[in-house]
Design a binder for this molecule. Structure first.
Ligand code: PAF
Length: 284
């Protein structure tokens, strides 16, 4: 795997990778890689001839007071994991290369960014969209891989790519979970052992709510029960638990069309997000 830090060397490395008509798949990450990221690399290799990863802890997508400074940066382990997964090229830009002095551009995907994560983390999606627009413009991959875990991010990026004609086909890759069901996340590293044990209540409560909604129980009742389960397990704050339209992310108070159950809640000092698909309720 070729490792590039300097954007000046990236162009010729990409030309070499494309030689012979090879198609590129991009796996953009913020590092602290886990099996969820490796699933992105595997899918990248299935969908294209060459896999390109980026590691960049994007300051623009962290609000003041969030975890930018303590975000894990285990560079050696990350490089080894990408190498083992068969990644062909890794670009690790510096903040100055991503955002040169005087950088004055911000990309805002308005409609999809306002609710849920957008409300809880003002400016977050502008930061994500600006970084992803830059990565896609510089690398110009045929395919770009993103995890379903950041479900709203995926919707924002699909819109961004369509609106700006960035040319990549955006692929969402299913969530990878620990054996007990907790979705893998770089932020799980913040959990104490006790919090980790209780964190499993998040996927459990969501799965129960999915089953309840699919069996015809009122959406509000199913969501309230999930919220109560999180409080009982010691989650200090539930930012949202909502049934949403899977395409528009607008809230639904009754089942309709393609749906997703989305949630964000804090345990200790760690904010976790998760989501599950929801099918139509069974007809009696
Ligand atoms: O999902 C992430 O890791 C980040 O939000 C991304 C897409 C790499 C943009 O910084």
């Amino acid at each position: 795997m070729q490792i590039i830090r300097d954007i000046g060397q990236l162009g010729s490395a990409l030309i070499a990778l494309r030689a012979g008509g090879h198609r590129l798949a991009l796996v953009p990450t913020m590092g602290a890689l886990h099996a969820g990221h490796m699933a992105l690399v595997e899918e990248a290799r299935r969908q294209a001839d060459r896999a390109v990863a980026t590691i960049f802890v994007n300051p623009l997508q962290f609000a003041a007071g969030e975890d930018l400074d303590r975000y894990p940066r285990p560079e050696e382990e990350d490089v080894r994991a990408l190498e083992e997964a068969g990644c062909d090229l890794l670009w690790m830009p510096t903040p100055e290369q991503m955002y040169p002095p005087g950088f004055a551009t911000s990309v805002s995907v308005s409609a999809l960014s306002t609710r849920w994560e957008g409300e809880a983390r003002p400016g977050h999606f502008e930061g994500v969209a600006t970084a992803v627009a830059k990565l896609l413009s510089v690398i110009r991959p045929e395919v770009a891989m993103f995890g379903d875990k950041d479900f709203q991010q995926l919707a924002v990026i699909r819109r961004l790519v369509l609106d700006l004609g960035l040319g990549a086909s955006v692929v969402g890759v299913p969530i990878v979970r620990d054996d007990d069901g907790l979705a893998l996340s770089s932020r799980n590293a913040y959990l104490t052992a006790g919090e980790r044990r209780r964190a499993v209540t998040l996927p459990q409560a969501l799965q129960r709510a999915v089953l309840a909604i699919e069996s015809g129980i009122a959406v509000r009742e199913a969501l309230d029960q999930a919220e109560q389960a999180l409080s009982a397990a010691g989650f200090s704050k539930v930012d949202y638990i909502a049934l949403v339209d899977a395409l528009t992310l607008e809230p639904l108070d009754a089942p309709a069309g393609r749906m997703r159950l989305v949630a964000a809640a804090t345990i200790g000092s760690t904010r976790l997000i998760d989501n599950y698909p929801v099918g139509m309720p069974q007809r009696q």
